[in-house]
Write a protein that binds this ligand. Structure first.
Ligand code: NDP
Ligand code: GDR
Length: 370
Protein backbone atom coordinates (compact mmCIF):
# COMPACT_ATOMS: atom_id res chain seq x y z
CA UNK A 1 0.00 0.00 0.00
CA UNK A 2 1.31 3.44 -0.93
CA UNK A 3 1.79 5.58 2.16
CA UNK A 4 0.07 8.95 2.21
CA UNK A 5 1.56 12.05 3.77
CA UNK A 6 -0.29 15.32 4.32
CA UNK A 7 1.84 18.46 4.56
CA UNK A 8 0.74 21.88 5.71
CA UNK A 9 3.16 24.54 4.47
CA UNK A 10 3.91 22.57 1.30
CA UNK A 11 4.64 25.80 -0.60
CA UNK A 12 7.35 26.84 1.90
CA UNK A 13 11.05 26.01 2.00
CA UNK A 14 10.76 22.84 4.10
CA UNK A 15 7.50 21.79 2.44
CA UNK A 16 9.20 21.77 -0.95
CA UNK A 17 12.22 19.74 0.21
CA UNK A 18 10.08 17.33 2.25
CA UNK A 19 7.58 16.78 -0.59
CA UNK A 20 10.45 15.93 -2.94
CA UNK A 21 12.01 13.64 -0.32
CA UNK A 22 8.73 11.78 0.35
CA UNK A 23 7.94 11.38 -3.36
CA UNK A 24 11.36 9.76 -3.79
CA UNK A 25 10.47 7.40 -0.92
CA UNK A 26 7.33 6.35 -2.84
CA UNK A 27 4.74 8.30 -0.82
CA UNK A 28 1.66 9.92 -2.26
CA UNK A 29 2.06 13.51 -1.05
CA UNK A 30 -0.90 15.75 -0.27
CA UNK A 31 -0.18 19.40 0.38
CA UNK A 32 -2.31 22.19 1.77
CA UNK A 33 -1.76 25.47 -0.05
CA UNK A 34 -3.30 28.83 0.68
CA UNK A 35 -5.34 30.70 -1.86
CA UNK A 36 -3.30 33.71 -3.03
CA UNK A 37 -3.97 36.32 -5.69
CA UNK A 38 -0.84 35.18 -7.54
CA UNK A 39 0.68 31.73 -8.00
CA UNK A 40 2.49 30.73 -4.80
CA UNK A 41 3.73 27.29 -5.80
CA UNK A 42 7.11 28.29 -7.32
CA UNK A 43 9.04 26.07 -4.92
CA UNK A 44 7.10 22.96 -5.92
CA UNK A 45 6.46 23.69 -9.60
CA UNK A 46 9.14 21.15 -10.61
CA UNK A 47 7.17 18.33 -8.96
CA UNK A 48 3.71 19.68 -9.77
CA UNK A 49 1.38 17.27 -11.54
CA UNK A 50 -1.53 18.21 -13.73
CA UNK A 51 -4.62 17.26 -11.67
CA UNK A 52 -6.13 15.77 -14.83
CA UNK A 53 -3.40 13.14 -15.07
CA UNK A 54 -4.15 9.67 -13.69
CA UNK A 55 -2.05 8.27 -10.81
CA UNK A 56 -1.55 11.52 -8.88
CA UNK A 57 1.59 11.47 -6.71
CA UNK A 58 1.38 15.09 -5.57
CA UNK A 59 -2.09 16.39 -4.78
CA UNK A 60 -2.72 19.97 -3.66
CA UNK A 61 -5.71 21.04 -1.57
CA UNK A 62 -6.73 24.59 -0.78
CA UNK A 63 -6.72 25.24 2.93
CA UNK A 64 -5.57 27.34 5.83
CA UNK A 65 -4.52 26.65 9.42
CA UNK A 66 -6.98 29.30 10.56
CA UNK A 67 -9.92 27.32 9.14
CA UNK A 68 -10.82 24.29 11.24
CA UNK A 69 -13.66 22.97 9.07
CA UNK A 70 -11.32 22.97 6.10
CA UNK A 71 -8.67 21.06 8.04
CA UNK A 72 -11.18 18.45 9.19
CA UNK A 73 -12.45 17.98 5.64
CA UNK A 74 -8.99 17.65 4.10
CA UNK A 75 -7.77 15.19 6.75
CA UNK A 76 -10.97 13.17 6.29
CA UNK A 77 -10.63 13.14 2.51
CA UNK A 78 -6.94 12.27 2.43
CA UNK A 79 -6.86 9.72 5.29
CA UNK A 80 -3.10 10.26 5.68
CA UNK A 81 -0.66 7.91 7.39
CA UNK A 82 1.57 10.84 8.37
CA UNK A 83 0.85 14.54 8.88
CA UNK A 84 3.68 17.08 8.83
CA UNK A 85 2.57 20.44 10.26
CA UNK A 86 5.05 22.79 8.60
CA UNK A 87 2.64 25.66 7.90
CA UNK A 88 3.23 28.81 9.93
CA UNK A 89 3.70 32.54 9.88
CA UNK A 90 7.38 31.78 10.29
CA UNK A 91 9.03 35.21 10.34
CA UNK A 92 10.12 36.31 13.80
CA UNK A 93 10.27 40.05 13.03
CA UNK A 94 6.84 39.92 11.33
CA UNK A 95 5.39 38.25 14.43
CA UNK A 96 5.98 41.50 16.35
CA UNK A 97 3.90 43.29 13.68
CA UNK A 98 1.17 40.63 13.50
CA UNK A 99 1.17 38.87 16.88
CA UNK A 100 -2.49 37.87 16.83
CA UNK A 101 -2.35 36.35 13.37
CA UNK A 102 0.88 34.54 14.30
CA UNK A 103 -0.83 33.05 17.37
CA UNK A 104 -3.84 32.10 15.29
CA UNK A 105 -1.92 30.27 12.58
CA UNK A 106 1.04 28.90 14.55
CA UNK A 107 -0.50 28.06 17.94
CA UNK A 108 -4.24 27.65 17.29
CA UNK A 109 -3.56 26.19 13.84
CA UNK A 110 -1.66 23.32 15.45
CA UNK A 111 -4.49 22.77 17.91
CA UNK A 112 -7.04 22.76 15.07
CA UNK A 113 -5.07 20.09 13.21
CA UNK A 114 -4.71 17.94 16.33
CA UNK A 115 -8.42 18.32 17.02
CA UNK A 116 -9.22 17.32 13.43
CA UNK A 117 -7.36 14.05 14.10
CA UNK A 118 -9.29 13.53 17.34
CA UNK A 119 -12.70 14.45 15.91
CA UNK A 120 -12.11 11.99 13.06
CA UNK A 121 -10.99 9.35 15.58
CA UNK A 122 -7.70 8.88 13.75
CA UNK A 123 -5.42 8.98 16.82
CA UNK A 124 -4.49 5.31 16.37
CA UNK A 125 -3.87 5.52 12.65
CA UNK A 126 -1.95 8.70 11.98
CA UNK A 127 1.52 9.97 12.93
CA UNK A 128 1.96 13.70 13.52
CA UNK A 129 5.05 15.88 13.13
CA UNK A 130 5.12 19.37 14.64
CA UNK A 131 7.63 21.95 13.36
CA UNK A 132 8.98 23.24 16.66
CA UNK A 133 11.86 25.66 16.77
CA UNK A 134 15.01 26.74 18.57
CA UNK A 135 13.25 30.13 18.95
CA UNK A 136 11.50 28.50 21.93
CA UNK A 137 14.86 28.61 23.76
CA UNK A 138 15.04 32.37 23.14
CA UNK A 139 16.94 33.84 26.06
CA UNK A 140 19.11 30.78 26.42
CA UNK A 141 19.29 29.06 29.78
CA UNK A 142 21.98 26.52 28.86
CA UNK A 143 24.68 26.18 26.16
CA UNK A 144 24.38 24.18 23.97
CA UNK A 145 20.61 23.73 23.94
CA UNK A 146 19.24 20.20 24.09
CA UNK A 147 15.79 18.60 24.54
CA UNK A 148 15.87 19.19 28.32
CA UNK A 149 16.92 22.88 28.16
CA UNK A 150 14.24 25.19 29.64
CA UNK A 151 12.34 27.37 27.18
CA UNK A 152 12.23 31.19 27.30
CA UNK A 153 10.76 32.52 24.03
CA UNK A 154 11.48 36.13 23.05
CA UNK A 155 8.90 36.87 20.34
CA UNK A 156 5.20 36.36 19.61
CA UNK A 157 6.38 33.71 17.13
CA UNK A 158 8.41 31.89 19.80
CA UNK A 159 5.52 32.05 22.26
CA UNK A 160 3.01 30.75 19.69
CA UNK A 161 5.36 27.92 18.74
CA UNK A 162 5.80 27.04 22.40
CA UNK A 163 2.04 26.59 22.73
CA UNK A 164 2.07 24.39 19.62
CA UNK A 165 4.95 22.38 21.06
CA UNK A 166 3.25 21.71 24.39
CA UNK A 167 -0.17 21.00 22.91
CA UNK A 168 1.50 18.38 20.70
CA UNK A 169 3.11 16.82 23.80
CA UNK A 170 -0.27 16.97 25.53
CA UNK A 171 -2.12 15.15 22.72
CA UNK A 172 0.59 12.48 22.77
CA UNK A 173 0.20 12.03 26.52
CA UNK A 174 -3.60 12.41 26.68
CA UNK A 175 -4.77 10.50 23.62
CA UNK A 176 -1.85 8.22 22.75
CA UNK A 177 -1.29 10.02 19.45
CA UNK A 178 2.03 9.25 17.75
CA UNK A 179 3.17 12.87 17.79
CA UNK A 180 6.73 14.22 17.60
CA UNK A 181 8.08 17.73 17.80
CA UNK A 182 11.30 18.42 15.97
CA UNK A 183 13.08 21.31 17.67
CA UNK A 184 14.89 22.50 14.59
CA UNK A 185 17.58 25.15 14.61
CA UNK A 186 17.85 27.57 11.66
CA UNK A 187 18.08 25.82 8.33
CA UNK A 188 18.54 27.53 5.03
CA UNK A 189 18.84 26.83 1.31
CA UNK A 190 18.43 28.57 -2.04
CA UNK A 191 14.67 28.14 -1.44
CA UNK A 192 14.79 30.17 1.80
CA UNK A 193 12.35 33.10 1.90
CA UNK A 194 14.05 36.28 0.73
CA UNK A 195 13.57 38.25 3.95
CA UNK A 196 15.33 35.77 6.25
CA UNK A 197 18.82 37.03 6.90
CA UNK A 198 20.86 34.38 5.04
CA UNK A 199 18.90 34.65 1.82
CA UNK A 200 18.66 38.42 2.15
CA UNK A 201 22.47 38.45 2.28
CA UNK A 202 23.18 36.05 -0.60
CA UNK A 203 20.57 37.64 -2.84
CA UNK A 204 21.68 41.20 -2.14
CA UNK A 205 25.41 40.45 -2.47
CA UNK A 206 24.85 38.64 -5.78
CA UNK A 207 22.92 41.64 -7.09
CA UNK A 208 25.53 44.08 -5.76
CA UNK A 209 28.27 41.99 -7.42
CA UNK A 210 26.54 42.41 -10.79
CA UNK A 211 25.89 46.13 -10.23
CA UNK A 212 22.12 45.75 -9.87
CA UNK A 213 22.12 47.13 -6.30
CA UNK A 214 24.61 49.08 -4.18
CA UNK A 215 23.78 48.45 -0.55
CA UNK A 216 22.68 45.70 1.77
CA UNK A 217 20.79 46.95 4.85
CA UNK A 218 20.95 44.67 7.89
CA UNK A 219 20.08 44.75 11.58
CA UNK A 220 21.95 42.97 14.38
CA UNK A 221 25.19 41.65 12.89
CA UNK A 222 26.26 40.05 16.18
CA UNK A 223 23.39 37.54 16.46
CA UNK A 224 24.78 34.01 16.59
CA UNK A 225 22.96 31.14 14.90
CA UNK A 226 23.45 27.42 14.33
CA UNK A 227 22.79 27.25 10.58
CA UNK A 228 22.19 23.99 8.71
CA UNK A 229 20.80 23.01 5.31
CA UNK A 230 17.04 22.38 4.87
CA UNK A 231 17.70 19.28 2.74
CA UNK A 232 19.41 17.59 5.71
CA UNK A 233 16.72 18.73 8.16
CA UNK A 234 13.66 17.38 6.32
CA UNK A 235 15.20 13.90 6.47
CA UNK A 236 15.25 14.23 10.27
CA UNK A 237 11.54 15.16 10.21
CA UNK A 238 10.73 11.92 8.39
CA UNK A 239 13.05 9.81 10.56
CA UNK A 240 11.22 10.96 13.71
CA UNK A 241 7.97 9.47 12.41
CA UNK A 242 9.65 6.13 11.56
CA UNK A 243 10.61 5.40 15.18
CA UNK A 244 8.93 2.84 17.42
CA UNK A 245 8.03 5.49 20.02
CA UNK A 246 7.13 9.16 19.49
CA UNK A 247 9.70 11.54 20.99
CA UNK A 248 10.97 15.08 20.56
CA UNK A 249 14.37 15.78 19.04
CA UNK A 250 16.74 18.74 18.71
CA UNK A 251 18.09 19.02 15.15
CA UNK A 252 21.17 21.21 14.75
CA UNK A 253 24.74 21.24 13.44
CA UNK A 254 26.46 22.08 16.74
CA UNK A 255 28.36 24.91 15.02
CA UNK A 256 27.75 28.61 15.41
CA UNK A 257 28.34 31.67 13.22
CA UNK A 258 27.31 35.31 13.47
CA UNK A 259 25.31 37.25 10.90
CA UNK A 260 28.55 39.16 10.21
CA UNK A 261 30.36 35.81 9.58
CA UNK A 262 27.66 34.91 7.08
CA UNK A 263 28.13 38.19 5.19
CA UNK A 264 31.92 37.70 5.16
CA UNK A 265 31.60 34.09 3.92
CA UNK A 266 29.19 35.08 1.13
CA UNK A 267 31.34 38.05 0.04
CA UNK A 268 34.43 35.81 0.04
CA UNK A 269 32.62 33.30 -2.16
CA UNK A 270 32.01 36.14 -4.65
CA UNK A 271 35.59 37.42 -4.30
CA UNK A 272 34.09 40.79 -3.42
CA UNK A 273 35.39 43.57 -1.14
CA UNK A 274 32.68 45.23 0.94
CA UNK A 275 32.55 48.29 3.19
CA UNK A 276 30.73 48.28 6.52
CA UNK A 277 28.81 51.44 7.40
CA UNK A 278 26.57 52.88 10.04
CA UNK A 279 26.78 56.18 11.79
CA UNK A 280 26.64 57.10 15.46
CA UNK A 281 25.73 54.67 18.18
CA UNK A 282 22.72 54.66 20.48
CA UNK A 283 22.67 53.86 24.20
CA UNK A 284 23.03 50.17 23.38
CA UNK A 285 26.11 50.79 21.23
CA UNK A 286 24.00 50.12 18.15
CA UNK A 287 24.97 51.83 14.92
CA UNK A 288 22.31 53.69 12.97
CA UNK A 289 22.04 53.75 9.19
CA UNK A 290 24.00 55.99 6.87
CA UNK A 291 20.94 56.60 4.73
CA UNK A 292 22.29 58.78 1.93
CA UNK A 293 25.55 57.04 1.31
CA UNK A 294 24.13 54.45 -1.08
CA UNK A 295 22.39 57.03 -3.21
CA UNK A 296 25.45 59.30 -3.18
CA UNK A 297 27.89 56.62 -4.29
CA UNK A 298 26.38 54.43 -6.98
CA UNK A 299 28.57 51.39 -7.55
CA UNK A 300 29.69 51.30 -3.92
CA UNK A 301 29.46 47.93 -2.21
CA UNK A 302 28.26 48.73 1.27
CA UNK A 303 26.70 46.79 4.12
CA UNK A 304 24.73 49.32 6.17
CA UNK A 305 23.58 48.64 9.70
CA UNK A 306 20.01 49.90 9.88
CA UNK A 307 18.15 50.04 13.19
CA UNK A 308 14.91 49.35 11.33
CA UNK A 309 15.90 45.67 11.31
CA UNK A 310 16.50 45.38 15.03
CA UNK A 311 13.81 43.49 16.92
CA UNK A 312 12.02 44.64 20.09
CA UNK A 313 13.55 41.60 21.82
CA UNK A 314 16.40 39.64 20.26
CA UNK A 315 17.57 36.05 20.52
CA UNK A 316 21.30 36.73 20.68
CA UNK A 317 22.74 33.23 20.57
CA UNK A 318 21.61 29.73 19.61
CA UNK A 319 23.69 26.57 19.48
CA UNK A 320 22.14 23.12 19.39
CA UNK A 321 23.21 19.72 20.65
CA UNK A 322 21.72 17.05 18.38
CA UNK A 323 23.37 14.08 20.06
CA UNK A 324 20.00 12.45 20.86
CA UNK A 325 19.08 12.56 17.15
CA UNK A 326 22.46 11.07 16.27
CA UNK A 327 22.06 8.25 18.80
CA UNK A 328 18.40 7.37 18.17
CA UNK A 329 17.71 8.44 14.58
CA UNK A 330 21.21 7.93 13.19
CA UNK A 331 20.88 11.51 11.91
CA UNK A 332 23.80 13.83 11.31
CA UNK A 333 24.04 16.93 9.11
CA UNK A 334 25.90 16.28 5.85
CA UNK A 335 26.15 19.79 4.40
CA UNK A 336 28.69 22.16 6.00
CA UNK A 337 28.29 25.90 6.63
CA UNK A 338 30.68 26.73 3.76
CA UNK A 339 28.85 24.41 1.37
CA UNK A 340 25.54 25.98 2.38
CA UNK A 341 26.82 29.52 1.77
CA UNK A 342 28.34 28.48 -1.58
CA UNK A 343 25.16 26.83 -2.82
CA UNK A 344 23.05 29.84 -1.86
CA UNK A 345 25.47 32.35 -3.41
CA UNK A 346 25.76 30.36 -6.64
CA UNK A 347 21.99 30.08 -7.04
CA UNK A 348 21.43 33.77 -6.27
CA UNK A 349 24.16 34.71 -8.72
CA UNK A 350 22.39 32.69 -11.40
CA UNK A 351 19.10 34.44 -10.63
CA UNK A 352 20.79 37.87 -10.48
CA UNK A 353 22.36 37.25 -13.93
CA UNK A 354 18.87 36.59 -15.26
CA UNK A 355 17.69 39.85 -13.62
CA UNK A 356 20.65 41.69 -15.18
CA UNK A 357 19.59 40.45 -18.59
CA UNK A 358 16.03 41.61 -17.99
CA UNK A 359 17.30 45.08 -17.01
CA UNK A 360 19.64 45.21 -20.02
CA UNK A 361 16.62 44.59 -22.22
CA UNK A 362 15.03 47.72 -20.79
CA UNK A 363 12.74 46.10 -18.21
CA UNK A 364 12.88 46.53 -14.48
CA UNK A 365 13.75 43.36 -12.58
CA UNK A 366 12.31 42.44 -9.20
CA UNK A 367 14.19 44.92 -6.99
CA UNK A 368 15.46 44.35 -3.51
CA UNK A 369 12.59 44.41 -1.05
CA UNK A 370 12.23 43.87 2.66
P1 NDP B 1 8.30 29.14 5.22
O1 NDP B 1 7.98 30.48 5.74
O2 NDP B 1 9.22 28.98 4.04
O3 NDP B 1 6.95 28.36 4.85
C1 NDP B 1 5.81 28.48 5.65
C2 NDP B 1 4.66 27.76 4.97
O4 NDP B 1 3.49 27.91 5.77
C3 NDP B 1 4.30 28.30 3.58
O5 NDP B 1 3.90 27.23 2.76
C4 NDP B 1 3.12 29.21 3.89
O6 NDP B 1 2.26 29.39 2.78
C5 NDP B 1 2.44 28.37 4.96
N1 NDP B 1 1.50 29.12 5.78
C6 NDP B 1 1.66 30.32 6.37
N2 NDP B 1 0.55 30.66 7.04
C7 NDP B 1 -0.34 29.68 6.85
C8 NDP B 1 -1.68 29.47 7.25
N3 NDP B 1 -2.34 30.35 7.99
N4 NDP B 1 -2.30 28.34 6.85
C9 NDP B 1 -1.66 27.41 6.10
N5 NDP B 1 -0.40 27.55 5.67
C10 NDP B 1 0.26 28.68 6.05
O7 NDP B 1 8.87 28.29 6.46
P2 NDP B 1 9.95 27.09 6.47
O8 NDP B 1 9.66 26.17 5.38
O9 NDP B 1 11.31 27.68 6.62
O10 NDP B 1 9.61 26.42 7.87
C11 NDP B 1 8.68 25.34 7.98
C12 NDP B 1 8.17 25.26 9.39
O11 NDP B 1 9.25 25.01 10.27
C13 NDP B 1 7.50 26.53 9.92
O12 NDP B 1 6.47 26.12 10.79
C14 NDP B 1 8.60 27.21 10.70
O13 NDP B 1 8.04 28.03 11.69
C15 NDP B 1 9.33 26.03 11.28
N6 NDP B 1 10.74 26.20 11.52
C16 NDP B 1 11.57 26.66 10.54
C17 NDP B 1 12.93 26.74 10.75
C18 NDP B 1 13.86 27.24 9.70
O14 NDP B 1 14.99 27.59 10.06
N7 NDP B 1 13.47 27.28 8.44
C19 NDP B 1 13.53 26.32 12.04
C20 NDP B 1 12.56 25.81 12.99
C21 NDP B 1 11.22 25.75 12.73
P3 NDP B 1 2.55 30.54 1.64
O15 NDP B 1 3.60 29.93 0.73
O16 NDP B 1 1.23 30.71 1.01
O17 NDP B 1 3.07 31.74 2.37
P1 GDR C 1 15.36 33.78 12.88
O1 GDR C 1 15.87 34.01 11.38
O2 GDR C 1 14.78 34.99 13.48
O3 GDR C 1 16.50 33.12 13.62
O4 GDR C 1 14.17 32.74 12.65
P2 GDR C 1 16.26 35.34 10.59
O5 GDR C 1 17.06 34.88 9.42
O6 GDR C 1 15.07 36.19 10.33
O7 GDR C 1 17.20 36.13 11.64
C1 GDR C 1 18.40 35.57 12.12
C2 GDR C 1 19.15 36.62 12.91
O8 GDR C 1 19.63 37.63 12.01
C3 GDR C 1 19.37 38.90 12.56
N1 GDR C 1 19.30 39.90 11.48
C4 GDR C 1 18.36 39.97 10.54
N2 GDR C 1 17.29 39.18 10.29
C5 GDR C 1 16.51 39.49 9.22
N3 GDR C 1 15.47 38.70 8.91
N4 GDR C 1 16.76 40.59 8.44
C6 GDR C 1 17.81 41.42 8.68
O9 GDR C 1 18.01 42.40 7.96
C7 GDR C 1 18.66 41.09 9.76
N5 GDR C 1 19.78 41.65 10.26
C8 GDR C 1 20.16 40.91 11.31
C9 GDR C 1 18.07 38.71 13.33
O10 GDR C 1 17.90 39.78 14.25
C10 GDR C 1 18.31 37.36 13.95
O11 GDR C 1 19.03 37.49 15.13
C11 GDR C 1 14.29 31.67 11.71
C12 GDR C 1 12.90 31.39 11.14
O12 GDR C 1 13.01 30.46 10.09
C13 GDR C 1 11.99 30.81 12.20
O13 GDR C 1 10.76 30.37 11.59
C14 GDR C 1 12.68 29.60 12.83
O14 GDR C 1 11.86 29.05 13.83
C15 GDR C 1 14.03 30.01 13.40
O15 GDR C 1 14.82 30.53 12.34
C16 GDR C 1 14.78 28.83 14.00
Amino acid sequence: MTKKALLTGVTGQDGAYLAEFLLEKGYQVHGIKRRASQFNTQRIDHIYQDPHEPDQRLVLHYGDLTDSTNLIRVVQEVQPDEIYNLGAQSHVAVSFESPEYTANSDAMGTLRLLEAIRILKMEDRVKFYQASTSEMFGEVQEVPQRESTPFYPRSPYGVAKLYAHWITVNYRESYGLFACSGILFNHESPLRGETFVTRKITRALARIFLGLDDCLYLGNLNALRDWGHARDYVEAQWLMLQQEQPEDFVIATGKQNSVRDFVVAAARRLGMEIEWKGEGADEHGVLAAAPDECKARPGARIVVVDKRYFRPAEVETLLGDASKAKAKLGWEPRISFDELVSEMVEKDLEWARRDALIEKSGYRSYRFRE
